[in-house]
Write a protein that binds this ligand. Structure first.
Ligand code: ADP
Length: 590
């Protein structure tokens, strides 16, 4: 059974009162009983001494029962107690409670202890139960002497009923007093306990709120005692916890913001390998949601053995790990995985995996190394030729009148090729550099095209190609004139190079909403479908030998693409092998 603190407090009050009253009542009772008995005894002895003098020794000697009877009866009435006169043999001579006739029938009193003591000359006192009267009686006996001769015994008997009545009355008052005191103790205890319990109850209530996570309330400190101190300590504790929670919340928010904005994928697992959280990048890479993977093993959540293995190894060995993996689905991507264990007092309690998508880096690395290889190769071919023909000339061909000019012409062609290659590489690298600035100006595209075509006059004539410049006379665009000229040169050059004899080239435009589209159409050899997606890559050529033969570097379309994109335009091609190609690019309207 649960007894409340309040009840315990009240009971302790009541208990203290009970014990104190008990002690008081016990000792008071005993003391009173003894002292009132003592008082009665002393007054009875005093009365006996007084009466003793009134007993005529002559009457005693003569055993004059009539005078003795008169005496005891009159005195007995006066002092309201039983008086008995016994001779020294124990025979009763007179008794205030018995008539003259009854006295001789009374039994001998010699055996009575008080009589016995009185006969020896002392005052006999005894208390005993009187079977005749059925009450406790106090007996006091004195020797009745005449010149040192004991003639008889005077005995006074008093019922102790009065003493007991007095004691009973006192006991009644004490008991009543105790009940009243207990009642008061209970009421007082209740008030004191209520006052004492009130702050404790409010502390319990507010502590309950604390345990539910509500730290907004504080306990009101009313007193400066221990309870007040406890309240202050609880308030301080709540404040500290609230501050700590706020701090943790802010830290968590910061952490969440970092994790959410990270381009790297982050996976946090517990010591068994169950996922605790993943960031949005992981959700995107593996097409999962944080909620659905939480609590699962990585292999259950995402069917990827490599990452699961990395997590397990890190958890098992407690050492950081770095690995590169490739994912084939949904698209082929390369990831750099860095995994590290999370420690708590030297024990591994989880793992942190950071996944970095390095597909683009790898792609760029491949492009760069391909580019270097391509450039080297492109440079090597003309250089080898130049070196070979120079050696031939030096080896004697210089005097070979028929061929020496031919050889020198070849050397010149290769040197020109080298020059063109270096020019193209330089303009490409310039276009790719971040410092490039376009110098936009308004000019007529038709006029610009006519100027370009002028430069290709002899080549056009050689192949007998018809050019249809269908651009409007007043067709003005706002762009970097010099670079757009470069675009036109490269596209027209290709349209001539890859055209058939007596073919045509048609240049026209289409008006798109915010842009204009310029189309260069030719009736050339066209481009196989499989090559179309790669046609704008550096050094990409459908037919390498043919392109070289025609003096191409394989960089022309790359340069076109760069320039158009710098103008925020798009470049593309439509082509049918054997029929011709349509190259087009868009430019924003001025
Ligand atoms: P190149 O210096 O070889 O012309 P480009 O980058 O200008 O280099 O062109 C790349 C390749 O695209 C060419 O080698 C050729 O195979 C193809 N090509 C470009 N323009 C045309 C075209 N008008 N008709 C057919 N093929 C073309």
């Amino acid at each position: 059974m649960k007894i409340s603190f309040k009840l315990k407090l009240i009971f302790s009050y009541v208990f203290v009162i009970l014990i104190s009253f008990g002690f008081i009542a016990f000792f008071l009772d005993r003391n009173l009983e003894e002292s009132s008995l003592q008082d009665i005894q002393s007054s009875l002895v005093a009365q006996a001494n007084l009466i003793e003098n009134q007993v005529n020794p002559e009457s005693l000697k003569k055993e004059d029962v009539v005078s003795l009877d008169n005496l005891v009866k009159s005195l007995g009435l006066k002092i309201n107690c039983r008086i008995t006169i016994v001779n020294k043999t124990g025979k009763v001579l007179a008794d205030s409670e018995k008539s003259l006739l009854e006295v001789p029938e009374m039994e001998n009193h010699l055996s009575r202890p008080e009589i016995n003591t009185a006969l020896s000359g002392a005052t006999g006192i005894d208390t005993r139960y009187s079977p005749t009267l059925k009450i406790d009686m106090l007996y006091v006996a004195l020797p009745l002497k005449d010149k040192n001769e004991t003639l008889g015994i005077l005995r006074l008997a008093l019922p102790l009923e009065n003493v007991q009545n007095t004691l009973f009355g006192i006991r009644k008052i004490v008991t009543l007093g105790m009940i009243i005191a207990l009642g008061f103790a209970f009421i007082l205890g209740s008030i004191v306990a209520s006052r004492a319990i009130k702050p404790i109850n409010s502390m319990i209530q507010i502590s309950r709120k604390f345990s539910e996570g509500d730290f907004s309330r504080r306990i009101i400190q009313v007193s400066k005692d221990e309870i007040g101190e406890l309240a202050a300590t609880l308030n301080k504790m709540a404040q500290d916890i609230e501050d700590k929670i706020k701090e943790i919340k802010t830290q968590n928010q910061k952490l969440a913001a970092i994790l959410n904005s990270m381009i790297e994928g982050v996976i946090v697992s517990d010591k068994i390998g169950h996922i605790l959280s993943v960031n949005p990048t992981i959700e995107k890479i593996f097409a999962v949601s944080n909620a659905e993977v939480k609590g699962k093993l990585f292999l259950e959540a995402v069917r990827n053995n490599d990452i699961s293995e990395v997590i397990n190894t890190v958890l098992r060995t407690g050492e950081a790990l770095s690995r590169e993996i490739s994912l084939v689905l949904p698209v082929r991507r390369t990831f750099q995985i860095n995994a590290a264990p999370i420690f708590d007092n030297d024990a591994v309690i989880g793992s942190l995996v950071v996944i970095h998508d390095i597909t683009e880096i790898r792609k760029l690395e491949t492009i760069r190394s391909d580019f270097v290889a391509n450039v080297s190769h492109e440079l090597k071919t003309p250089l080898t030729s130049i070196k070979g023909f120079v050696e031939t000339l030096l080896g004697g061909a210089l005097n070979d009148k028929e061929n020496n000019r031919k050889f020198l012409k070849i050397i010149q062609d290769h040197a020109e090729r080298l020059n063109k290659l270096v020019d193209d590489l330089l303009s490409l690298s310039h276009l790719e550099s971040s410092e490039i600035r376009l110098e936009r100006e308004e000019f007529s595209l038709r006029e610009q095209l006519e100027k370009v075509l002028e430069g290709f006059k002899s080549q056009l004539k050689k192949k007998n190609i018809e050019v249809k410049n269908e651009l409007a006379q007043k067709f003005l665009i706002k762009a970097d004139k010099h670079r757009i000229e470069q675009v036109l040169i490269n596209l027209i050059d290709n349209a001539i190079k890859f055209n058939r004899e007596e073919g045509y080239i048609r240049i026209y435009s289409e008006d798109l909403n915010s842009k204009i589209k310029i189309i260069i159409e030719d009736s050339g050899i066209g481009i196989p479908e499989k090559d179309i997606p790669r046609i704008f890559e550096r050094f990409y050529r459908v037919d390498k030998a043919r392109s070289r033969e025609l003096g191409g570097t394989g960089l022309g379309l790359s340069i076109v693409k760069h320039i158009v994109e710098l103008h925020t335009g798009l470049v593309s091609v439509e082509s049918t092998e054997g029929l011709g190609s349509k190259f087009f690019f868009t430019l924003p309207k001025s």
